[in-house]
Design a binder for this molecule. Sequence first.
Ligand code: PLP
Length: 372
Amino acid sequence: MTNDPRNLPPELACLHAGLPAPEREAPFGIPPVFASTYHLQGDPAGATFPYGRDANPTWLALEEALGALEGGEAVLFPSGMAAAAAALTPFLQPGDRVLLPKDGYHAVRYYAESYLARFGVVVDKRETRGLEASDLKGYRIVWVETPSNPGLELCDVAAVAEKVHRSGNLVVCDNTTMTPLGQRCLDLGADLVIASDTKAVNGHSDLLMGHVATQDPELLAAVRQWRKLSGSIVGPMEAWLCHRGLQTLELRFERMCASAQAVAERFAGHPTLEALRYPGLPGDPGHALATRQMRRFGSLVALTFPDQETALAFETRLGLIFKATSFGGTHSSIDWRYRWDPTVHPGLLRLSLGCEPTEALLDDLEQAFAAL
Ligand code: PLP
């Protein structure tokens, strides 16, 4: 591994962190290491690779890169939901209260309500916008997702962390919509950051992956222990592919965010839309906070049509932009979120800008609006 990947700026960490030191005639990166079992005799204390459920060299390479990007230590999980479960379950006991975003990714709420509540954890929900101004006392974990999926509402992570830390409790930030290139939650004061790397980090819509990162050694040990005992581990081939995808994150995300900005500017205020949300628009309610807290404005645009019929008619007319769930891939896609989560406005379409030329995307959207 490189000597000090943490000294690399995030844009370089995408490409250079997690590589072995250059050696004549050796490949740049390490090939995937397929192993359940390692040679190990005697006392296993101090062994990095005792067994395949503890560690794997291909995971370590990607963890080093993601850790460098996050400004902490990263632990890989086989999906974003596995990472979310790992940032909740080991830290809660019966009687604890957890606060989740009402308008965030729905499966995190369903997980907490379906399983954690069954073991005596009290699950409360609140809107993302203005969270920092609300009373956060008494919650063992306050979970933030900013910008939230799919409504793109923001909250102030540093202000939330400052409040929650007064009583020694934990802030977890789901940073999937931004990636660590767009927002560094640990720097903002979050104790744990989680992400679905299924999205922009891998970026090629061909695998699921997630990670948890932290700067706190005790939290890190607890997350690693959870992974080992729950068996929530990643295949080496997926880790290797995801590391390959990560190399181009900066290039891809730049194009994706630029296209999102162009789309938002072109269609904001369109007469067919009830609302268009993008944190990069100066008129967006989250813009001032986004400018302070984020390094980029993201690759998602939320389009709200007056009703489900208009939203679906619009979606049907798109040619280039794929109709699919998920986001952050090289291919642009659009998702009618109400089909997954009935708390979402029935006219909301979440548009994920990919790496196609911006003009081609604008043309596709333009013709779909014109056909309505
Ligand atoms: N968090 C957010 C904000 C998401 O959007 C998603 C998936 O869409 C997840 C977590 C879960 O990720 P995965 O599908 O990789 O389990």
